[in-house]
Design a protein around this ligand. Structure first.
Ligand code: PLP
Length: 420
């Protein structure tokens, strides 16, 4: 299956220049995008698309949201970056907004990606485990992190070991030690991975890359209780689920627990490179050079004024426009619509929370991934962008601002493609 309508001369010319000049590490579709607005994209050939999987969740308010454009251009004319030995207001404003939305006085360390945020969280956990060695006889104290099967936490050297997918790690050994995996949504299995050197549990409130898996309501509360019992830190990886995506400000709010560390990426930057490792106040001293003597963690461009101004505005717009509640409401509508429309399609399950949804194909595991890619290509040919994971799950993560008419038009197309 190929994209029939999009390999015109202008697209092909860009693809040729691309292939001659970039690292080939992404498996890209033969589509070149020149412009975006809201949930709409236009190819360099002029073809229009409705974007139901906006930039892997990063342009949370859609493409070129006018208020974010104004925020970034206004800030660009004032101040870009001064380094983290000085104070700047955009950083403070974003930190205050994250603190208020998180409900646990989260103290963010700003960096550039989801992997960066998780690296920072794992480093904080190791500092905690060194300061609180418990029964560990290891010279480093407690340093191990237990993550979950099907998880995704990044591809940096610090996070590859936490990411469960072996394909992510393949070829990069030796990796830093200190990771184990239990079964998602099964506290006993996670507890069985704990030993005297374990210091933290790392889990997504809803698994994203693993195929949109929503845990049972008791999972996170039980995980929290287990962490408290063994003096472990609970790290909520909210890189996908943060900032309203799932119909609550943060994914862990669904489960009524408070993590010790919450990591953000993707949507928090609205499409700019931003990560944030939000640290509970009781842990903040661990990274404070005035307390510990010496800088414990840093990054040069973290908290630069441009990304801070955009993210602060993004948080303001989400709150002002009630986009968290809207995501919850519209997400339920989408599930109903798909359950109805796909009743006769080769679909095993429709699941997710808010605007973070998955349609699992009812196909054998060895063909489901390829078939999902085929459906994605057919939908793209018809002007609708969705995503497929290797496990044969089609994913929808439209911008929180998507117009309902557009959304239903996109769902019509998806239903048509899956029922054909
Ligand atoms: N954590 C989760 C839950 C993710 O889904 C991802 C990426 O998909 C990451 C971390 C890594 O984020 P990034 O690609 O920004 O490094």
């Amino acid at each position: 299956m190929s994209l029939s309508a999009t390999t015109d001369a202008s697209t092909q010319a860009l693809i040729d220049r691309h292939d001659a000049s970039l690292s080939p590490n992404y498996k890209r579709f033969p589509v070149a995008i020149g412009r975006g607005q809201g949930a709409h994209l236009w190819g360099v050939d002029g073809k229009a698309y409705l974007d139901l999987f906006a930039g892997f969740g990063a342009p949370l308010l859609g493409h070129c949201h006018p208020e974010l454009v104004e925020a970034v251009t206004g800030q660009a004319n004032r101040l870009w970056h001064v380094g983290n030995l000085l104070h700047t207001e955009p950083q403070v404003e974003l930190a205050e907004r994250l603190r208020d939305a998180s409900g646990f006085d989260a103290r963010p360390f700003f960096c550039h990606s989801g992997a960066d945020s998780n690296d920072a969280a794992i480093k904080v956990a190791r500092l905690y485990g060194k300061a609180n060695p418990g029964a560990s006889k290891d010279e480093h104290g407690r340093y191990k992190v237990v993550a979950t099967q099907r998880s995704f936490h990044g591809r940096s050297f610090g996070t590859m070991g936490a990411t469960a997918n072996p394909a992510v790690r393949h070829g990069f050994a030796p990796l830093p030690p200190g990771y184990a995996h239990g079964t998602y949504d099964d506290v006993a299995s996670i507890e069985a991975q704990i030993d005297a050197e374990t210091v933290a549990i790392l889990a997504e409130p809803v698994q994203g890359e693993g195929g949109i898996h929503v845990p049972s309501p008791s999972f996170f509360p039980a995980l929290r209780a287990m962490c408290d019992k063994h003096d472990l830190l609970l790290i909520a990886d909210e890189v996908w689920t943060g900032c309203g995506r799932t119909g609550r400000w943060f994914g862990h709010h669904h489960w009524g627990v408070q993590p010790d560390l919450m990591t953000l990426g993707k949507g928090v930057g609205g499409g700019l490179a931003l990560g944030a490792c939000c640290i509970a106040p009781r842990l903040a001293d661990l990274v404070d050079p005035r307390v510990q003597g010496g800088v414990k963690h840093a990054t040069t461009l973290g908290g630069n004024c441009l990304t801070m101004a955009v993210a602060a505005k993004l948080m303001e717009v989400i709150e002002r426009d009630g986009l968290v509640e809207r995501a919850a409401r519209v997400g339920e509508q989408i599930k109903d619509r798909l359950r109805d429309g796909l009743a006769k399609a080769p679909v095993r399950d429709i699941r997710g929370l808010g605007l973070f949804l998955g349609v699992e194909l009812d196909l054998p595991a060895d063909t489901a991934g390829a078939k999902a890619r085929e459906f994605v290509l057919t939908a793209m040919d018809k002007g609708v962008m969705v995503n497929g994971t290797a496990s044969g799950v089609l994913r929808l993560a439209p911008p929180l601002t998507i117009e309902e008419d557009d959304l239903h038009r996109g769902l019509d197309t998806l239903i048509e493609v899956l029922c054909a």
